[in-house]
Design a binder for this molecule. Sequence first.
Ligand code: ADP
Ligand code: MG
Length: 238
Amino acid sequence: MRTPPVVPLKVVCMIDVKNVTKVHRRGSLEVQALRGVTCQIPTGSFAFILGPSGSGKSTLLYLLGALDEPSAGTIEVNGRCLGAMTTRERDQFRREEAGFIFQSFNLLSNLSAIDNVLVPFLPRGVSSAQRNEAAKLLERLGLGDRAHHRPNQLSGGEQQRVAIARALLKKPKLVLADEPTGELDSENSAAILAALRSLCREQGSTVVVVTHEPEHIQPTDCVIRIRDGRAIECPAGG
Ligand SMILES: Nc1ncnc2c1ncn2[C@@H]1O[C@H](COP(=O)(O)OP(=O)(O)O)[C@@H](O)[C@H]1O
Ligand SMILES: [Mg+2]
């Protein structure tokens, strides 16, 4: 008798966090930033981690991107447990599967906008196809005529668009943004989030945005509310 073929379970959950705690240690000082967070983020969704300053939002985002490790609990991304990865697998995950966007843009001041977009590819050499892709992405973000400007010749909103292009060029499965509009006015913030939404929808990327401002949330978004290191409201959470 033949055994039936094993059908792999379809992963519908990009992020699955279970009972995660995080204690930050600075010298003898300990800060309990996360106190047992459980939450899930469906694949392909646009998610917000929402909560007041100091509630643990950035800590959670950094853990999702394997930029830091939890003190306890597990985090699965796209069906793989981050804690079970080797150092090399984690590096590869950060380099190839995750795209990071920070509040402070983090552009290199001596490089043009397009070269900043290409920074992740510089170590291995940039192909002309990648350069064309970068130019197209800048064009889509309304920066077609700014590609050869340096960061100090760009406004804050323009610099953040460059940082978004840099994060999206590798078509990451997961885009992680920490207060990406925190330094921008409300008009720029709305435009930037709209651009991030449409580009990520096209690419099929799952997006997680940390914010303390709820006004950009849409009804179909996945919202995880954090307070004092606990998820007080989230899909499938606790
Ligand atoms: N590297 C660190 N060392 C010590 N304490 C930290 C560190 N990072 C964050 N914290 C503390 O952890 C708590 C949560 O911080 P954070 O995750 O940055 O919150 P949020 O992003 O919601 O403002 C805060 O009390 C903060 O001071
Ligand atoms: Mg923060």
